[in-house]
Ligand binder design. Structure first.
Ligand SMILES: Nc1nc2c(ncn2[C@@H]2O[C@H](COP(=O)(O)OP(=O)(O)O)[C@@H](O)[C@H]2O)c(=O)[nH]1
Ligand SMILES: [Mg+2]
Length: 230
């Protein structure tokens, strides 16, 4: 078989074999208007469920807010901070086609008190279990560091809640291409047997824009899948 034939058969874990059309739909969707809907610090203050939610989870400082800003092309839709542990609320942002992006508060912040960690865990667990319009969680992992113990815990939580998730590596601008390849391969291996994990690892950088078209296309695909189910 020719190389072309093999390439055709291979599943591209970094781009989920997205078509040119899906990539273009993703570009258009994210080029549209985005607005902040709500910040919720407790279960009682969660906004009503509307549209299709896509959430971003990850350790504090992994680059969640930066990714939301880069995806929407807005510099300060979500607040970016050099100080870990700053975002304590679940922030909701509405875009076109009923898409809502959710910036979850970060975990694994070393200086957080035990009570704060418990409050965080309760809020996130309640959100993940009770949100029927939550279609996909992207778990962000710093490309330089890979999966850590705290990340394993959130993956366990997602597996148990049966919330489908995929991994997005962040800050790939800090690595050489071969290092990114190795990190993608290691991460795919680590999630292989996890029941709710999507076999995809997006290699992104909010700074360089790498991997953002693929992430946008993947989100458009999730929206389409949800629309067909409803
Ligand atoms: N080099 C690099 N730094 C980034 C990138 N994304 C975020 N950062 C930096 O990482 C820090 C934390 O970012 P932030 O988005 O607030 O992380 P969050 O706590 O997960 O929301 C900030 O200093 C950002 O400037 C990226 O793609 N590349
Ligand atoms: Mg943040």
């Amino acid at each position: 078989m020719s190389d072309d034939g093999l390439a055709f058969l291979a599943y591209d874990h970094r781009a989920m074999n997205l078509s040119a059309e899906e990539l273009e739909q993703g570009r258009k969707l994210f080029a549209g208007e985005w607005s902040f809907i709500a910040g919720a610090g407790s279960l009682a203050s969660l906004p009503p469920m509307q549209g299709v939610e896509i959430a971003f989870a990850g350790r504090s400082n992994v680059g969640k807010s930066s990714l939301v800003n880069a995806l929407t092309g807005r510099r300060a839709l979500a607040r970016v901070s050099d100080t870990p542990g700053r975002t304590r609320e679940i922030n909701f942002f509405a875009g076109g086609e009923g898409l809502v992006m959710v910036d979850l508060p970060g975990y694994g912040y070393a200086k957080a008190s035990r009570e704060r960690v418990a409050a965080w865990t309760d809020l996130i667990r309640a959100y993940l279990h009770g949100r029927s319009n939550l279609a996909r969680v992207f778990v962000l992992i710093d490309a330089r560091h890979g999966l850590k113990e705290a990340d394993g815990k959130i993956l366990d939580l997602l597996d148990r809640a049966a919330v489908s998730y995929a991994i997005a590596l962040t800050k790939t601008d800090r690595l050489k291409p071969a290092e990114i390849d190795a990190r993608v391969a290691a991460t795919l291996g680590a999630i292989e047997r996890r029941p709710a994990a999507f076999p995809a690892v997006f290699a992104t950088s909010a700074r360089s824009g790498a991997g953002l078209p693929e992430l946008k296309g993947a989100i458009v695909r999730v929206l389409g899948e949800r629309a067909r189910l409803d």
